[in-house]
Design a protein around this ligand. Structure first.
Ligand SMILES: NC(=O)c1ccc[n+]([C@@H]2O[C@H](COP(=O)([O-])OP(=O)(O)OC[C@H]3O[C@@H](n4cnc5c(N)ncnc54)[C@H](OP(=O)(O)O)[C@@H]3O)[C@@H](O)[C@H]2O)c1
Length: 160
């Protein structure tokens, strides 16, 4: 889907999280996340939503849950299909899959653009990004940065 993107930070083993939190504190990556997603629509699993400090300003939030979970200021959907229908019916909006693991697993194949921050480190984790076929994408590096001696690069993948 041309209006569906995904954004993620991964370690060298595709690790993305532990104990429902992120693995590294990377202020410059958070700035990148903000710049890329500002004024866009964010699609996330209920657990990732609960890991956020609050609603992220100036972004529409769509939460996927199987329960009757409610969150003020967010749109709640109950199936992956319902989330995809939203994306299809709002072709003027750029929608971003922002995690977590279960949502990346289920929605990765639909995304046209992947913004992947690759951290040049590895650490203990309990959540991982799915392995996928890189040959299906054109890949470029948008830049690189470093926080507290942890280096990382910003990759952009565009589905061919
Ligand atoms: N590195 C990164 O860029 C990044 C980004 C985001 C998250 N993360 C990490 O990822 C981890 C969380 O991943 P996770 O997989 O545990 O949680 P998640 O994907 O954020 O949320 C899982 C929840 O989403 C709902 N859900 C998932 N698939 C569904 C479906 N098909 N239909 C209905 N509801 C569905 C369920 O909610 P209910 O239980 O309410 O039914 C499920 O428990 C955390 O460690 C987080 O820090 C990392």
């Amino acid at each position: 889907m041309d209006n569906l993107s995904l954004i993620v930070v991964i370690g060298q083993n595709y690790e993305i999280g532990k104990d429902n939190g992120l693995l590294w504190h990377l202020p410059n990556d958070l700035k990148f996340f903000k710049k890329v997603t500002l004024n866009k629509t964010l699609i996330m699993g209920r657990k990732t939503f609960e890991s956020l400090p609050s609603l992220l300003p100036n972004r529409k939030h769509i939460i996927i849950t199987s329960s009757n979970y409610q969150a003020e200021g967010a749109l709640v959907v109950h199936t992956i299909k319902e989330a995809l229908d939203y994306v299809n019916n709002h072709s003027d909006e750029e929608c971003f899959i922002i995690g977590g693991m279960s949502i990346y697993q289920q929605l990765l194949l639909y995304a046209k653009y992947l913004y992947i921050t690759k951290v040049e480190a590895t650490t203990k984790a309990d959540a991982y990004f799915p392995r996928f076929s890189e040959t299906e994408f054109d890949i470029s590096i948008l830049g690189e940065n470093e926080d507290n001696n942890i280096k990382y690069k910003f990759y952009k993948y565009i589905k061919k």
